[in-house]
Design a protein around this ligand. Sequence first.
Ligand code: AMP
Ligand code: MG
Length: 345
Amino acid sequence: MTELVTIHRLADAEQDLSRAAEILRDGGLVVFPTETVYGLGGDARRDASAKKIYAAKGRPSDNPLIIHVATPEDAEPYAFTCDLYYKLARAFLPGPLTIILPKKDTIPLSTTGGLDTVAVRCPSHPVAHRLLEKCGFPVAAPSANRSGSPSPTCAAHALADLDGKVDLIIDGGDCEIGLESTIVKIDGDSLTLLRPGAITPDALSLVCPTVKIADAVLGQLKEGEKVLSPGMKYKHYAPSSPLVLLDGAPDAVLRFLQSEQATKECAILCYDEEIPLLKQKHLFPVGVKEDLAAHGKTLFHALREADATGVEVIYAHLPPKEGLGLALYNRMIRAAAHTVRTIDN
Ligand code: AMP
Ligand code: MG
């Protein structure tokens, strides 16, 4: 049985969060809100909890889990930290940045998918933060979706995917960012970006001048290619109707969408300013064109809704690769299995 509790005010949530920490300490699973997406938490020190997480998600067990701690210093017993870790922490934590460090033996290999490194994150969401304070131990938490479906940005998504598979779901409202954390690996004095997120390469480079971008962030992996971040090799966020990303001049793309709507059942993730110019059926606005933060916040919800229509094709605009656009591009290009259609005129 999965229990659902809703938190409106942190001050009223002490009892619920103490109980959630107790469930985690006893080896149970708790879904909790963060500023990025909802997490599916278990005690990161326990082999058995990691296995339960993989089973609940239906996720391959070589895909490592991120450990969540209340403060950057709380990672000390579990990871070998360094100056650059604390520089990044001062600039960005608590917040949507995950940092890969060499792991200590206190974290079992089942949590890190067999790797000798561990991914550390300090979420800024007040509910997540208070829960982690109460735990006093690291909580391993991947996104709280079944493997292959979009990450959950509200409790209803997590419930739809994990009802009956977790002990408790904490509803803390919609996630502010809506895209998973930025992941970086520290290599000496430089950083490698493994997954783009709300902390952009430009922001990272203010703290660390050398930021490399892993090939898998933008490109399509070849069969059997070695990846730095095992999660990148799995097909992710894939709707069951094909998603096609449209590239081209705005008016040409709009004309294409209008003609497609006239001839077939399609769902469209559109900009707000296109709403009056398109048929309303199966239309999912993601914010005005320039507001990439709004697109990030609505993307996964819109994908779930578009997918639920069961139409033959879903269209969306190809995002830019700059700034926050890189995170959107990375998620959408994979959801679309790299299908981009260029509209000429
Ligand atoms: P999720 O928890 O669903 O946001 O996915 C976690 C992502 O973090 C996966 O794509 C993993 O590949 C990546 N990750 C976690 N731990 C490590 C690690 N030790 N080294 C590299 N990537 C990691
Ligand atoms: Mg995930």
